[in-house]
Design a protein around this ligand. Structure first.
Ligand SMILES: Nc1ncnc2c1ncn2[C@@H]1O[C@H](COP(=O)(O)OP(=O)(O)O)[C@@H](O)[C@H]1O
Ligand SMILES: [Mg+2]
Length: 295
């Protein structure tokens, strides 16, 4: 996208432009749930994940309202929106991490490669194996670099040294970390820098060959250089994996993603290609949010 627009996104203060009306956002603030604006480009392809009338409540508090859309296969999709709008909740719903929170109730469903995520006979452990998750703060296990990467294979009972070594090398190369750690695979992962630890967490996630990689603000605890490396990495792995990434950083969304979902107060507002969402959005709300005029 044009530098000028990026600069605008950085510099404009989030004040409401006079005379501009926000019918969709105002409706949402009154408690309505308008149908999301889903661009044809989102639904024309083959979805890896479809989200169907999905609602989530934390006890009495509703956090997601009737979210319906599709996540295109083999692409990077960014979820953007103001803090507290439900980005992490939506991401964690894909691998049912919210099941662990007391009082959570959902309605609707999601389908991962056609199979229900919330169906009655779903084995949640098996489901989670099909998804890789990386959190805001790197969370390497207190064990060697090698054992971190092959963790999922070990859990599955893999004991053949050669298989483990190949998976380790392939995943570390995939996470652009191999050259930095190949001579110290037996050392503790806790000795790595923050950026290296986060790439290790990505290596650990991709070692299990997930159907979708879920990233929740993976750069928010990193310095700008480590952030750039992770962004490059997301770009590199995007030809092999589907990535769903939450980010509050709009420049990051434009740098790494093919598609963008804009959320507000638990509603999906607009979903299109990142280029369209940032340069040619259908709603004035989306335009003003991505250029920093409100939010
Ligand atoms: N574990 C939880 N228990 C209760 N409420 C929660 C929990 N996690 C998030 N929420 C609430 O759900 C809403 C959405 O939060 P979240 O998904 O974390 O938003 P975001 O990631 O966009 O900042 C917020 O109002 C938040 O306070
Ligand atoms: Mg969040």
């Amino acid at each position: 996208m044009a530098t000028t627009q990026l600069e605008a996104a950085k510099n404009v203060q989030p004040t409401k432009r006079s005379g501009r009306s926000y019918p969709v956002i105002e409706g949402i603030r009154r408690g309505e749930t308008p149908a999301p604006v889903i661009h044809e480009t989102v639904v024309s392809g083959d979805p890896v994940l479809s989200i169907e009338n999905f609602c989530l409540y934390y006890s009495a508090a509703k956090a997601l309202y009737d979210v319906t859309t599709q996540v295109p296969r083999g692409k990077v999709t960014a979820i953007i929106g103001p803090s507290g709008c439900g980005k992490s909740t939506l991401l964690r719903s894909v691998n049912r991490l919210n099941d662990l929170v007391e009082g959570v109730r959902i309605t609707g469903d999601m389908r991962l490669n056609g199979t229900s995520v919330y169906g009655r006979d779903v084995d949640v452990i098996d489901l989670r194996k099909r998804l890789g998750m990386v959190f805001q703060k790197p969370n390497p296990f207190p064990m060697s670099i090698f054992e971190n990467v092959v963790y999922a294979l070990r859990i599955d009972g893999e004991r053949r040294r050669k298989v483990l070594e190949e998976a380790c090398e392939r995943s570390l190369k995939g996470a652009a970390l191999w050259d930095e750690v190949k001579d110290r695979l037996s050392q503790s992962a806790l000795g790595l820098s923050g950026g290296q630890q986060q790439r290790l967490c990505i290596a650990r996630a991709i070692a299990a060959e997930p159907e979708v990689l879920l990233l929740d603000e993976p750069c928010s605890a990193l310095d700008p250089i480590a952030t750039l490396r992770i962004e490059e990495l997301i770009h590199e792995i995007s030809d092999r994996y589907t990535v769903l990434i939450v980010t509050h950083n709009m420049q990051q969304a434009t740098r790494v993603s093919d598609y963008t979902m804009f959320m507000y107060l638990g509603r999906l507002v607009e979903h299109g290609t990142t280029e369209d969402i940032f340069q040619n959005p259908r709603l004035s709300e989306t335009e003003d949010y991505v250029t920093g005029r409100f939010g």
